[in-house]
Design a protein around this ligand. Structure first.
Ligand code: ACO
Length: 339
């Protein structure tokens, strides 16, 4: 028994926040943001929208590409650090919105690596025979946990959601392997301290801006490049593959320079690296499924292709997944995955 992705979809809010808009909000410049991060603009959710709303639109767009009905889904996983509420899980709100009456639902909190953590969990459930059809969504409104007076973070993030529908298959193609890593000793590099059981929300936590994301960007950058390179190498070695056999690398879109540095260290030419960071910024757990859906729509995933997904984020966490597209009779929108 194996798993395959039978459909992808994404949704980004309509409102665009450009670098020049940010120039009017904090002491920054379009040039600095483009040179240091590669970002030109990002999407910002409407004040009425929450994570499950974005997730719902992304999931509907995925359902449009398959015959599978919402009622056939047995499990809903949402990867997010900006869920609708501390509880219940955003996956429960999504399950209700989509009317997935048969489905279990839970969230995964692994920051920017969340979608790949979710993919690994979903793949495991399918391989064990527990579930046959799973909806996995990465959905984030980082704008809600952003300190809009902090120029070191507010220029980097955006809102959005990406979804995949997974189904079991007997074929021998698909997710070849998933690899999950973490190092909690470096949690302070990237975190949101307030509102949990350590520092419950109070006037004091709000005064100290503890309800906003904190990041030591420069240190995070160095760890990201180092760990992503070694994880991609491990992923390829475990599968006895060479870098040259990868037809597409879909990295988490955190920073153009992280993506370029990782690709250079690995010897992957940039025309085999998918990027959309210029349009969306860092959408955390939504970044890989949005990129995957755009890669599918742009016809960048062909038959027999090996595709490698990799991400790095708060925790610290990092993860990769090697997938191989199914051979025959598939539309461009269909990728099979096996483990
Ligand atoms: N505009 C202008 N100047 C700025 C801005 C800004 N928006 N932000 C910082 N600067 C200044 C700094 O104050 C500093 O000035 P100084 O030299 O006078 O002290 C200078 O620019 C350089 O700052 P650095 O932080 O060293 O800049 P760097 O080149 O490292 O780029 C960045 C910063 C873009 C944040 C980068 O470090 C980065 O992308 N880090 C990794 C982010 C990441 O991968 N996060 C993980 C995923 S996120 C998640 O899991 C939710």
């Amino acid at each position: 028994m194996r798993a395959k992705i039978i459909a992808t979809g994404h949704y980004v809010p309509e409102r665009i926040l450009t670098n020049s808009d940010l120039e009017n909000m904090v002491d920054t410049s379009d040039e600095w943001i483009r040179e240091r991060s590669g970002i030109r603009e990002r999407r910002i959710a409407d004040e009425k929208e929450a994570a499950s709303d974005l997730a719902c639109e992304a999931a509907k767009n995925a359902f449009k590409k398959t015959d599978i009905k919402a009622k056939d889904i047995e499990l809903v996983i949402v990867a997010t650090i900006t869920g609708d509420m501390p509880f219940p899980a955003t996956a429960c709100h999504l399950q209700h919105k989509l009317g997935l009456k048969k489905a279990a639902a839970f969230d995964i909190n692994a920051a920017c690596s969340g979608f790949l953590y979710g993919l690994s969990v979903a793949d495991g459930f399918i391989r064990s025979g527990t579930y046959k059809r799973i909806l996995l969504v990465g959905a984030e409104l980082i704008s809600r946990i952003t300190d809009w007076e902090d120029r070191t973070t507010c220029v980097l993030f955006g809102d959005g959601a990406g979804a995949v529908i997974l189904e079991s298959t007997e074929e021998d193609r698909g997710i070849i392997s998933t690899h999950l890593r973490s190092d909690g000793s470096m949690w302070e590099l990237l975190h949101l301290p307030g509102g949990g059981s350590r520092y419950p929300t109070s006037k004091e936590t709000i005064k100290k801006k503890m309800h906003y994301l904190k990041m030591k960007g420069n240190e995070t950058f160095k760890v990201a490049v180092r760990t992503l390179e070694s994880l991609v190498r491990e992923t390829l070695e475990e599968n006895k593959l060479k870098v040259s056999q990868l037809s597409l690398l879909i990295p988490h879109q955190a920073n153009l320079r992280i993506i370029q540095a990782t690709a250079k260290r690995l010897g992957i030419p940039m025309d085999r690296v998918f990027m959309n960071i210029d349009r969306y910024g860092n959408t955390s757990a939504a970044s890989i499924p949005i990129a995957l859906d755009e890669a599918v729509r742009e016809g960048r995933i062909r038959d027999e292709d090996y595709i490698l997904l990799e991400a790095f984020g708060g925790g610290l966490t990092w993860a990769s997944a090697l997938i191989k597209k199914k051979k025959k009779k598939m539309t461009n929108d269909q990728i099979s995955i096996t483990k």
